[in-house]
Write a protein that binds this ligand. Sequence first.
Ligand SMILES: [Zn+2]
Length: 365
Amino acid sequence: MTKLNLYLMGLLWLSNLQANLTVEKFFEHLGRETDKLVFYLHGTPKIEHTITPLCDEPEHYRTERFIFHKLSFANDQIRKLLLNNKGYFHNGHHQCYKLQFKQLKNSLELILIYDIRQIKCVQYQSFKAISGFDGLLIQIEHQLVGSQKLIKNNNLAQEITIGIDYGHGGSDHGAIGLSAQPEKIITRQVGFRLKKILKNLGYKIVETCPEDLKMDLDERTYLINFAESVDLLISLHANHAANKDAMGLETFFGDDQLFKKIAQSSFTNLCEVNLLGNLSKKLADTIHKAVLQEVSDNLTHAYELKDRKVRCSAAQILMGVECPAILIELGYLSNAQEAKKLNEPEYQALLANGIAQGIKNYFAK
Ligand SMILES: [Zn+2]
């Protein structure tokens, strides 16, 4: 065997060792009931999962180890975020577990150490993420004294808090398209109108970021989950498509059917199926219908808001919040006619009125 052959074989061996899956994005949604770690990957890694009690910890502590084979980081920021320290306890809210990431030679290891008196179960699931990524979700469910109330016993607006998310901000402009203004401005203009209408009706409001600043998706969900009892969330967006003819209203809700269970911790109760899906669907249906109605009742000129239906989505904002939530795409900024409408104050008022009417209808039923 020549030196060259040996060298080539060596290269082949090295390339086989190298990780061929990458973590492109990472989100950490903290909640009162469940914390969700979300990885956006290219491909689905082989996962090795072990549960061991810790010798040097009290007996109610347990360690779960997840080894993601052939996985590494695409993004240096994520690498720093996850590997920069010896592990961390969550900032004040949940002191009952510790996460630790380790980059091994040919894999990524996640070590989760937790108190079984406070953590009910850990499970991991895969899903098809937005923009063609493969998603991996690790859910850490807390033992709860009393479950968060999903539906108010009475429908008094004064006792209901509505979360409004303006979708984008700061350097994150959202869609630009053919509009005079980027998505982040349109969603704020509609959102501020919505806030005013809802306040006049007596509802309390929590906003994710009223100032035009960049805010990560998991920062938004954190704010909503730990704000004083938010009853539902409306995330406002405007759409963009390569097809300039695409137009219309789309409303999304998160649903458990998006997830495929890979495996489950064996020792605890089964995690309950997320109850939010049905309520979020009801909220999406009600608001979608009310917006279409409001526009068709009040627009005199030749413009029809096309019904692009209510659909499921794995959007992070929907996945990360613990209240019924929808993401509404108010129209397409890539369509000339719709972009023009979305910039008109009168049209923005119709959209805001429609959403507010939908919220009233949701609580009235
Ligand atoms: Zn958007």
